[in-house]
Design a protein around this ligand. Sequence first.
Ligand code: HSE
Length: 317
Amino acid sequence: MKKLNIGILGLGTVGGGTYDILVKNKDIIQKRTGVTIEVVKILDLRKRPGVDESLFTDEPDEVLNNPEVDLIVETLGGIQPASSFMLQAMKHGKHVVTANKAAVAATYEELQKTAAENNVRFLFEASVGGGIPVLTAIQNALAGNNFLEVMGIVNGTTNYILTKMTEEGADYADVLKDAQAKGFAEADPTADVEGIDVANKLCILIALLFDKYIAPTDIPTTGISKITGDDIAAAAAEGCKIKLIAHATLKDGQVVCSVAPEKIPDSHPLAGVSNEFNAVYITGDMVDEVMFYGKGAGALPTGSAIVGDIISVAKEL
Ligand code: HSE
């Protein structure tokens, strides 16, 4: 049986979810790939009960430059040192799979170039829409289209907050705490509520849909921190829901993009996307309109996308 040895950088919410899926669904993954996939090294200062202590190290090089490791799962979060670690791993001939939208968006071109130069796979399905396989679909099943528009609800925390404010009249600060407790929110939830996380994800969507890199800092971005109950009620009176939308449109060959709260008519499929669910609504010149829907945050949905990327590397062995 062929083997694929994994090194995990960061055994937090998403890294831990990935580890759990690889252990729990080991047999079915092995049956589907014909490959034994095993975690052989973990970079984390905190040990985790139930995980072999000898796997842990606090020395990055013991994972990044470990001859036994074939593929690195990067789930540290943040731009640095995550980006440098991914580049270093690629230069050592290791495939890289990540959920880290901030790092992918900030250093997208360098990561892609380094992966190509070193003939390794660089996969980041989990970075947009958590468990929703939208990036894979854009690059495969939908690749025969010229893309015209994308509208996405791609942040679970803010969608959860807006849903609870809309449906229960809940207080913004209370719901944010709830979203943090459920493991949806970023370490610094400013990135969620101010739309920065959504801008990172839109940058990645634009790169794949329109083959154009627009830095997240160049995307006009407004978050939800100033949305009030009155705004929500006014939108409801017009038959609309307020949603934080990642929006990009191709106009006269140019990509026009923004992240902002938008009033979405109740009749639009995106208006029905509630709580931590995400959806990405894409218009292609051939397929017309298509929507991808699922859980956009949390340990297991995000881990599911990471494991999917690992499996696609395993199938190429
Ligand atoms: N903080 C993010 C969210 C996590 O709430 O969607 C998933 O990227």
